[in-house]
Ligand binder design. Structure first.
Ligand code: ATP
Length: 234
């Protein structure tokens, strides 16, 4: 479904990704794990079209995603939950969610999507008129995921969703991610928490220094000595 080939990404003169190949099939959860600075954020931002200095190909069911602007990439059905959540703190929960449904198809089904997001994260319904900045960290992450779901995506890109959250909150969030996937959304999960990420995934990639070092089933990667060495310093 989503196919990334020979993708290189640059920050000015510096090349942050080197010829990355990656695939996500419909209904899969795929993880990209790797240490700090490996290029994980760069990868999801490049797929979402936020970073534009790219070479290679990115296609969704054969449709080119390299040329379209980032809002058009969203129209194709790719939604990004960025690192650090990027919610609008002064705006209400409801308005933050509404921002996610500007995509044409999603706008027509806004009420349906909102009901789905509220079913997944009931706390967002309870806090609907509250400024988003007053939510706890976990609730803010739920809002960021909810906002992405409002665009009715086919592929959800999640950048470090567990960052800074208590383990019990991460458990709830990962349960929700699994539920989202079971409802038919493919998920690309970028995480420093290797064990948790791979436990949720069918397959994974090990990224280090902007290169894919390993790819395989999540089960294989979980016990791979290279993954342990690169990610956990074991
Ligand atoms: P982290 O988990 O710390 O976010 P990461 O795996 O997501 O790490 P990236 O943030 O994608 O890694 O960074 C990959 C490389 O690109 C690093 O060497 C980083 O220093 C560099 N880089 C990231 N953002 C920029 C930028 N805006 N300008 C220049 N270099 C950058």
């Amino acid at each position: 479904m989503l196919s990334v080939r020979n993708l290189s990404v640059y920050y000015g003169e510096a090349r942050a990704l080197h010829a990355v190949d990656l695939d996500i099939e419909a209904n899969e959860v795929v993880s990209v794990v790797g240490p700090n600075g490996a290029g994980k954020t760069t990868l999801v931002n490049a797929i979402a079209g936020v970073l534009r200095d790219r070479e290679g190909t990115i296609e969704l069911d054969g449709a080119d995603l390299l040329r379209p602007a980032s809002h058009e990439v969203c129209e194709h059905g790719i939604a990004l939950v960025p690192e650090g959540r990027r919610i609008f703190s002064g705006m209400s929960v409801a308005d933050n969610l509404a921002l996610g449904s500007y995509r044409r198809a999603a706008r027509e089904r806004r009420d349906e999507r909102l009901a789905r997001v509220h079913a997944l994260f009931p706390v967002l319904r309870e806090r609907t008129n509250q400024p988003a900045g007053t939510l706890s960290g976990g609730e803010q992450q739920m809002l960021a995921v909810g906002r992405a779901l409002m665009s009715d995506p086919r592929v959800l890109l999640l950048d470090e969703p567990s960052l800074g959250l208590a383990p019990v909150v991460v458990d709830a969030l990962f349960d929700a991610i699994q539920e989202i996937n079971e409802s038919g959304v493919a998920v690309l999960l970028v995480e420093q928490d290797v064990t948790r990420a791979l436990a949720l995934s069918s397959r994974g990639y090990l990224l280090s220094d902007g290169r894919i070092l390993l790819r395989g089933s999540a089960r294989e990667l979980l016990v791979d000595p290279e993954v342990q060495r690169v990610c956990l310093g074991v």
